[in-house]
Design a protein around this ligand. Structure first.
Ligand SMILES: [Zn+2]
Ligand SMILES: [Zn+2]
Length: 257
């Protein structure tokens, strides 16, 4: 009997240990980030339609001093409501962080910062987007061709805040909030799969010289929006460029408005 009791005691301890191990591993469970580590355009339909995700949360993380202008966020929100179906809500959160000290950036550095700073990931029926307002420029910038923003994964994009600040201080440059709004909308439209980045073109409007862009003059998806050189021509008197009919047709065919 004693032996059996001892054995029972061991078994009890053994099970308790297993129980503890389980608890510990549960506490240490990593957030599942897999849905947010896909290639650019991979979630175009998921963002556009409400088939899989009925709401969206956009986490804007900006380096201290580089908060987006509220007017730019208003324009961005309007753009989202016009193009995507999210009946349970479109939420934008904003949070400041300290500088990474890594400017100017290549896209691998931007992705490494995301790993540290991003806090919201896609879960359940809510898809999450991350936007980083960086305190620097892209390291490949040239005098007449500089990058204002980049969409680099299915739910990730960066806005080069420092580049926009410098550009908006030039003679005859558009207002900073208008540049921010145009670049936010443009980069987000890449997440929506434009042009031919996960959303199939319904007509021939691809820019053959600039991958992912539209060849219709005045369209939001012209490459000149992303590369500062041409943005003066397309932001006219505070009117930021809109998607043309061809781009909107593409989005509608892939589940958007
Ligand atoms: Zn672009
Ligand atoms: Zn277009």
């Amino acid at each position: 009997m004693l032996k059996i009791r001892q054995l029972a005691g061991y078994l009890l301890v053994f099970f308790l240990l297993i129980g503890c191990t389980d608890d510990n591993s549960e506490q240490k469970t990593e957030i599942d980030k897999s849905k947010n580590l896909l290639s650019l355009g991979a979630s175009a339909q998921d963002i556009l339609s409400d088939q899989t995700y009925t709401s969206i949360t956009i986490e804007i993380v900006y380096v201290n001093g580089y908060a987006p202008n509220p007017e730019a966020i208003t324009q961005f929100t309007k753009f989202l409501k016009e193009r995507i179906y999210k009946p349970d809500g479109i939420e934008i959160t904003q949070r400041s962080v300290s500088s990474s000290g890594q400017a100017p950036f290549d896209i691998d550095e931007v992705a490494a910062i995301e790993k540290d700073e991003r806090s919201i990931y896609t879960v359940g029926d809510e898809i999450a987007i991350y936007i980083y307002f960086a305190d620097g420029s892209n390291e490949d910038d040239e005098d007449n061709k500089f990058v204002l923003g980049s969409a680099y994964r299915n739910t990730s994009m960066v806005i080069y805040g420092e580049t926009i600040n410098n550009f908006s201080e030039r003679n005859n440059a558009p207002e900073k909030e208008d540049i921010q709004a145009a670049v936010l909308n443009h980069e987000f439209a890449h997440l929506l799969g434009l042009v031919d980045l996960g959303t199939e073109p319904q007509s021939d409007h691809k820019d053959d010289d600039n991958e992912g862009h539209c060849n219709v003059s005045g369209c939001l998806m012209q490459s000149s929006i992303e590369f500062g050189s041409g943005i003066v021509d397309v932001i006219d008197g505070g009117n930021i460029p809109q998607l043309d009919a061809a781009c909107i047709d593409d989005l509608r065919a892939n589940g958007g408005k």
